[in-house]
Structure formats: structure tokens, C-alpha cells
Design a binder for this molecule. Structure first.
Ligand code: NAI
Ligand code: 15L
Length: 267
């Protein structure tokens, strides 16, 4: 197998659960971690329950690993103090530990919410300006920036996946554009781990959907070719014209309903 040991954070989550099985084919040992319960570890797995905000725990997680798939953190908008611990401190701890332990490749789950305030009439690529649509999106911009610094300064390579909507099926018309099938998500992670010399890369995670907001030409060296499309769900969500001229911000902007939230305070 190509890797001796891979680390998967957020392994108990929606996408982490999808990836666990695939990683078994790519590494002798997969260290799976989450703050939540990880269930029964398979024979090739080391399960470690830990909080990413716990610096010492994260340093132990990074020991003796070849590469990291970093999915752990809060995956929706939330009070700043919660995002600060899980997404900002957590991602900082991960990079500080990667540097200390000589880990040279990270696949970072960024999000379309890092660019969600671009209108739906625009097609973005890797060089489009960040326009986060909520504090959660701002934490993903932090992760992209932090990883850029750790590459420029220390040569730690990162592929930032600006994931669209990766679920079993699209749940609304917007997700006909942002849908990323689980199979295509796994393929995107595979390309990000196995491509030689990725430097610091930005790639959008969407399937081969009929309407596209994102152009991955600048990340073509990753060789990511989505196989699925949201078209199989077209009857449920028939196509409509772009709505950038309408009054509803949740329809005008790529981030959808995330753009109408407000910064939350912890209760
Ligand atoms: P999820 O919420 O199901 O999984 C995230 C996991 O991180 C959870 O199991 C949670 O317990 C864990 N976690 C949260 N705080 C933690 C902490 N302080 N320490 C350790 N673990 C912690 O989300 P999902 O859908 O699996 O997403 C995975 C990653 O991909 C997330 O970073 C999310 O922001 C990103 N993403 C996902 C998208 C999707 O459509 N599924 C879209 C865009 C980005
Ligand atoms: C995300 O970043 C979230 O993690 C996920 O739950 C979805 O809301 C997704 O974006 C989306 O934009 O549909």
C-alpha cells in the first residue's frame, strides 16, 4: 500500500464515515480521530477520540503519519467561540504539529462558503477572491491562508478542497449546482493524496453537474475527473434561470441561505 500511516480527522462525521473504507486500501494503518465516538476500530485502524483544540492531543495524533486528511471541525455556521476552538485553534494545532513531526501533505476540507458571497452568475476559479458568506466561511479562509503560509515557509503541501454539497442527494435546487457525490468526493481526496508535488492548491469539489459555478482548470494537474452528476435528480429540481437579479439574497449568491445568517453568540 502506498502509505504507511494516514491520519483522518473528523472521522465520525458525514464525510469521514464515507472515507474510512476507502482509506483502508491506501494505507497500512489509518489513524481515525474525532471528538465524537468513532465506533469499532477495524483491524487496520487506530481510533483516538480527541478534541482538535487540545494542543498536546493533536501533537500525539501527528506522530508517525505520512499525510493527513483534515475534515474535523464545525461544518456549519456557529457561534464564534465554538468556531474559534474547533476550526481556528484546531487547524492551527494541526499545522503546528505537522511541522514539528515532519508531515509534508495535508488535504484540507475547505468549503464553498469561503467564496459564498460571489453571485450565482459568476464562474470562479482558484484565483477568485475570497468572499466568505458567514463566520464559518471565514474560518475556512483562515485554514486556506494558514496552509498557504505553512507551504511558503515550511514546504508543507496542502490541497484545499472547496467542497460544494456532499451528501447522499441534493436537498434543494441550489445543490443541483453544488452537489458532490460521495464517490466523487473520495476520488477528489485520492487525487489530492496521490498526485506528486501539489504545492498549495485550491480545487472545487463538485460533481459533473449541468450548471457549473466553478472552473477547476487551474487544478487540472490533480487529474480529478468527476464521474457523477446531479442530473439524475433533475426531475426533483427542474432547472431555472440564474436569479442574480432577484431580491432574495439566498438565491443571488453562491452560498445560498448561509448568506442571510448573522454572527451568532454562544448562549
Ligand atoms: P460533519 O459535521 O458531519 O463532520 C465533522 C466532524 O468533525 C464531526 O464528526 C465532529 O464531531 C468533528 N469535530 C467537530 N469539532 C471537533 C473538535 N473540536 N475536535 C475534533 N473533532 C471535531 O461534517 P462533514 O459533512 O463530514 O464535513 C467534513 C468537513 O468537510 C468539514 O470540515 C466541513 O466543514 C467540510 N465541508 C463539508 C461539506 C459537505 O457538503 N459535507 C461542504 C463543505 C465543506
Ligand atoms: C458546507 O460547508 C457544509 O459543511 C455543509 O453542511 C453544506 O451546508 C454545504 O456547505 C453546502 O453549501 O451545501
Amino acid at each position: 500500500k502506498p502509505f504507511r500511516r494516514l491520519l483522518l480527522t473528523g472521522a465520525a462525521g458525514n464525510l469521514g464515515r464515507q472515507l474510512r473504507a476507502a482509506l483502508a486500501h491506501w494505507a497500512e494503518t489509518v489513524r481515525v480521530t474525532d471528538i465524537a465516538s468513532l465506533g469499532q476500530a477495524a483491524a487496520h485502524e487506530e481510533a483516538v477520540q480527541a478534541n482538535l483544540a487540545d494542543r498536546e492531543a493533536v501533537h500525539r495524533l501527528l506522530q508517525d503519519v505520512d499525510a493527513v486528511v483534515h475534515l474535523g471541525g464545525i461544518s456549519v455556521d456557529a457561534p464564534f467561540d465554538d468556531l474559534l476552538e474547533a476550526n481556528i485553534r484546531g487547524t492551527y494545532n494541526l499545522y503546528a504539529a505537522a511541522h514539528k513531526h515532519g508531515v509534508k501533505r495535508v488535504v484540507f476540507a475547505s468549503s464553498n462558503h469561503a467564496i459564498g458571497f460571489h453571485p450565482v452568475t459568476e464562474v470562479l476559479d482558484a484565483d477568485s477572491p475570497l468572499r466568505p458568506d458567514c463566520l464559518y466561511g471565514v474560518t475556512k479562509c483562515f485554514g486556506e491562508s494558514l496552509s498557504r503560509y505553512y507551504f511558503d515557509r515550511f514546504g508543507i503541501e496542502t490541497v484545499c478542497l472547496r467542497i460544494g454539497s456532499s451528501f447522499e442527494e441534493p436537498k434543494n435546487p441550489r445543490m443541483m449546482v453544488t452537489y458532490l457525490s460521495y464517490r466523487d468526493f473520495i476520488e477528489l481526496v485520492r487525487c489530492s493524496l496521490f498526485t506528486n508535488r501539489v504545492g498549495h492548491a485550491i480545487v472545487y469539489g463538485a460533481s459533473d453537474n449541468a450548471v457549473k459555478w466553478w472552473d477547476n482548470t487551474k487544478a487540472s494537474f490533480l487529474g480529478f475527473r468527476p464521474k457523477d452528476s446531479s442530473q439524475q435528480f433533475a426531475e426533483r429540481f427542474p432547472p431555472s434561470a440564474p436569479t442574480a437579479d432577484r431580491d432574495d439574497p439566498a438565491q443571488r449568491f453562491q452560498g445560498g441561505a448561509f448568506v442571510i445568517g448573522e454572527p451568532m453568540e454562544r448562549a
